[in-house]
Design a protein around this ligand. Structure first.
Ligand SMILES: [Zn+2]
Ligand SMILES: [Zn+2]
Length: 164
């Protein structure tokens, strides 16, 4: 997503766009296959641009406990300062510097970073997901654990007698 700043006047401006999340980190790419809706409020004052960015999309996660896929609304919010041209004084690491003749602000890498920062450490289909039994592999949200069931195979029963 690019914000055209060529003829932008000082003051507040709002932009909204449906955009592809093209630069996502390889590790999390698969979880965000849908386009994002990005709303950007630009507050311009001279060579300074204060951006307030809200990104929403639909994440396609896989539950860490039960391994079932599920979808979840995803939202990320960030503010970022840009400055066009060289700094008069010290460069500031919180401010992204734009070329003096820049006519647009490219947000793609910033959007990718916002998704990465807000990506959940744990993906859970629900807070009380019961997960999968490590013994029998039953999905405990939907079925009962079979671990305590006695073997019913008659062949197994006669073999047990032989051992005795
Ligand atoms: Zn789950
Ligand atoms: Zn079990």
């Amino acid at each position: 997503m690019k914000i055209n700043i060529q003829y932008l006047e000082d003051g507040l401006h709002q932009f909204e766009e449906q955009t592809e999340l093209g630069l996502l980190d390889e590790r999390i790419k698969q979880y965000y296959p849908e386009n994002a809706v990005v709303t950007v409020t630009v507050d311009k004052f001279g060579s300074d641009f204060r951006l307030d960015i809200v990104l929403t999309t639909h994440a396609h996660y896989i539950c860490d406990r039960c391994l079932n896929p599920f979808e979840q609304a995803f939202k990320a919010h960030q503010q970022q300062l840009f400055h066009r041209g060289k700094f008069a004084v010290q460069p500031d690491e919180d401010i992204i510097e734009l070329e003096g003749d820049a006519i647009e602000i490219d947000l793609d890498s910033l959007l990718a970073e916002m998704v990465l920062i807000n990506h959940p450490i744990k993906m859970l289909c629900s807070e009380d997901c019961k997960g999968i039994c490590p013994g029998c592999g039953a999905d405990l949200n939907q079925e009962v654990c079979r671990c305590s069931e006695k073997p019913v195979d008659p062949r197994w029963a006669s073999l047990q007698k032989l051992i005795k």
